[in-house]
Each structure stands twice: as C-alpha cells, then as structure tokens.
Ligand binder design. Structure first.
Ligand SMILES: NC(=O)c1ccc[n+]([C@@H]2O[C@H](COP(=O)([O-])OP(=O)(O)OC[C@H]3O[C@@H](n4cnc5c(N)ncnc54)[C@H](O)[C@@H]3O)[C@@H](O)[C@H]2O)c1
Ligand SMILES: C[C@@H](O)[C@H](N)C(=O)O
Length: 373
C-alpha cells in the first residue's frame, strides 16, 4: 500500500483529529515522526495545555531588555510572582533578581530551552529575545541567528509542549513598498532590514505552525514602545525614549532622525495590556493570528513641542544618522489597527499629552513641570 495512503488510514484512526481535516498538533506530529523536531521514542511527554481555569506558568525570553521586566511585573500582578519566570543571557541587576524567578536561557540552545519548559511546567511563552533594527544592521549574522534560528527553537519547543506562544512583531515588518499612511494588517511586506525580514519570517512561521500543528500562536505588531524604566536597546524609535532621559537631565537633546519623521508609537502600559489581552482573547474571537496595534503617531518635532509645554528651556537639535533615517523612511507613518479593535476590543489609553506627562513624572521632572505651570 502506498505510504501516503497508509498514513491517511492511520491519521483517520487517531483520536482528536479535527473535523476540518486539517493537521492537528503535537501528538499527531510526534506519532508520525513529522514533529518539527525528532523526539526520542521513549520520551515521557508531559501535556501542559492550559485549561483556562489554572494560572498559566509563564516564561519570558530576552526578558532583560526594554520590555521584558515591565511585562514580568505586569504578569506577576495577575498570575502570581512565582508563576512568571524571566530569562535572558545577561546577568540581572540585584533588584530584578530579587523581584521574582530569574533563569539563564539562551534561545540558541534548544536543549536548555526545552529543559526549562519541562522542569518549570511552562504553559505560556512570551518570546522577547531579539536584536532590534539599528543594531541588527550592524550585526547581521548575529541578528539572523538570534531572530531566525532562535525563533525556530522557540516554535519547536512551543509546538512540542503545547504552549500558548506570544511573539512580538513590529512596524519594522513593513518596507518602502508597503502603504505607509495608514498601513493595514494585510499588505505587501518587503522590509529592507534583517530585523524586519526576521519578523516577517516569524509571523509566517507562527501562522504556519498554527495551521500545520495547531500551535496557539499569537502575535502583535508593536509600534515604537516608550518606557521610562529601561535603557534603549538599538532600535530606530529609541530617540523617543532617550529624549526624556536627556530632557530631564540636561534640558536638551540631539535627535538622530529628521524633525519630520512620523512613526507610530505606544506607551509601555498600553503595550503590556494589549499583549495580555490578545493572549487571553478566546481563540474564536481571533480572525487572524498577527495583528497591528497602535496608539499614536508623531514626529520628533511634535514630541519636542509637547515637551516644551513642561520644560520651557528644552532645546532639540538634529544630527541625522543615515542608517536609522533610511529605516524610518521605509516604515509605516500611521498604523491601521482596526482588526484588533474589532476582534478583541483593543483600545489604547495613552495619547501624546498623557505619554509626555507620565514619562516626565517617572523621570522625576516634577520640579520643572511645576515651574512651567
Ligand atoms: N522596544 C520596542 O519599541 C519594540 C517595538 C516592536 C517590537 N519589539 C519587540 O519586542 C521584543 C522585546 O523588545 P525589547 O525592546 O525589549 O528588545 P531589547 O533589545 O531591549 O532586548 C532584547 C533582549 O534579548 C536578549 N537576547 C539577545 N540574544 C539572546 C539569546 N541568544 N538568548 C536569549 N536572549 C537573548 C538580550 O540580552 C536583550 O535583553 C523584541 O522581540 C522586539 O523585536 C520591541
Ligand atoms: C519599532 C521597533 O521594532 C524597535 N523599537 C526598533 O526601532 O527597532
């Protein structure tokens, strides 16, 4: 009997085969030996699917960057401190190490990743490890390894252990041939950075694993994210983070993008809430697995004008970095996130004035703000 027909018969007899006839997830894949990764026959599988009544057991990769620590704090408030494990390849500062579970995890080491997932009974994985746009252009082979090979490891571990997987994508997944004002969810995506290429790859691979293996993959395309409690990590939108540090400390800022460069942006609190909301959304409400999310859109000049309302002596000068400028010029100016708003009720809280007030308060510029008012 032809192998294909034999397989069809075996598949037909397997419990849990979906009525739609599409491929089901890990058990079938393992049985047929078509798992994304070959697993020893005597492996003792632990099914960690999230029932919906338990608290999830969460792992965050690349957690010591701009966004991971905030995400860990946010999720710990919701799910309990010990249910959220932060991981990275860097050594955590004392206050982070003592704030909850931290573990070393190199996403390029597949066995290390699998061991962590198994030993800690992980059910949800937030995959934050990456090299961002500008630093990626300076380290293409490392960016390719971390952003693409690392993603493959994460996808395989998630599929094999039945995890719910969140992978952030970005406005950087679009390119100069995409519509820029606004940029819809579905349109041409031909980014010109290794970062963008790797993120389009992540979107497509995650959606493919969802279709092929039933992986519960969820992805948001974040705009530039602005947060007060972290240092910029090599991105093109980082000027909008650094400007607050410099405005409060020195009253001036040298911007590496042109004054008229418009990009979509979001305050960290909105970003973290969007991330949890899409992870908690009922599967049937998700008409897609990758969504644009947005809050505001501004230029360096708009941001400087808003800062001047609080710090009247603030000065901005421009010294354009050609690599970052070329990247920014190829990215969306406005993001159309109507599908996220329609499907799972996304709604942002912070526009530019609230963003600036909140960031200045965090940076301790109360005195300057008070003087200005
Ligand atoms: N910050 C933003 O504005 C923004 C916008 C859109 C999307 N995103 C996405 O959100 C995620 C988090 O962004 P971020 O700003 O915190 O990034 P970041 O650059 O600040 O942090 C990335 C982290 O990944 C870690 N890392 C690098 N190599 C690793 C490896 N081999 N194994 C494990 N960890 C490794 C780094 O040590 C670092 O702590 C990324 O995937 C990024 O693409 C961020
Ligand atoms: C937008 C985003 O993905 C990141 N902040 C970068 O500029 O690279």
């Amino acid at each position: 009997m032809p192998v294909a027909r034999m397989l069809q018969q075996v598949v037909g007899q397997m419990p849990g085969r979906p009525a739609c006839g599409c491929w089901t997830s890990a058990p079938l894949a393992r049985f047929l030996g078509t798992s994304p990764r070959q697993i020893p026959a005597d492996a003792n599988f632990y099914s960690s699917s999230f029932s919906g009544t338990d608290q999830p057991r969460v792992l965050i990769t690349g957690g010591l960057g701009q966004l991971g620590v905030g995400l860990a704090n946010f999720l710990r408030k919701r799910f309990g401190k010990d249910n959220v494990i932060l991981s990275d390849i860097r050594k955590p500062p004392d206050h982070i190490f003592h704030s909850g579970p931290f573990i070393y995890s190199d996403i390029l080491d597949y066995k290390n990743l699998r061991e962590i997932v198994v030993n800690n009974r992980i059910t949800w994985l937030f995959h934050y490890s990456a090299l961002l746009s500008a630093i990626g252009e300076a380290n293409v082979s490392l960016a390719r390894a971390v952003n693409i090979t690392g993603l493959h490891n994460v996808l395989d571990v998630a599929a094999e252990h039945n995890l719910r997987l969140f992978v952030p994508s970005t406005i950087g997944a679009f390119g100069p041939t995409s519509p820029r004002n606004p940029t819809p969810d579905i349109c041409i995506q031909r980014p010109r950075t290794i970062y963008g290429v790797s993120k389009v790859h992540a979107e497509l691979m995650g959606e493919y694993y969802h279709y092929r293996y039933g992986l519960d993959f969820r992805c948001l395309r974040y705009p530039g994210i602005i947060s007060a409690d972290s240092q910029p990590g090599g991105g093109t939108t980082d000027y909008a983070v650094q400007i607050f540090h410099d405005a409060v400390k020195n009253g001036k800022f040298e911007c590496n993008l042109k004054s008229s460069t418009r990009l979509p942006m979001m305050y960290i609190d909105d970003c973290l809430r969007a991330t949890l909301e899409v992870m908690e959304a009922p599967a049937e409400s998700l008409s897609m697995r990758t969504y644009n999310v947005n809050a505001m859109s501004f230029t360096p000049e708009d941001l400087a004008q808003e800062l001047l309302k609080h710090i009247p002596e603030f000065q901005i000068t421009y010294n354009v970095d050609s690599v970052r400028q070329a990247i920014a010029d190829s990215w969306p100016m406005n993001f159309d996130d109507s599908n996220a708003r329609k499907d799972w009720g996304w709604k942002h809280d912070f526009d530019l004035p609230e963003l600036v007030t909140t960031m200045l308060n965090f940076h301790g510029s109360d005195t300057r703000v008070a003087q200005a008012n």
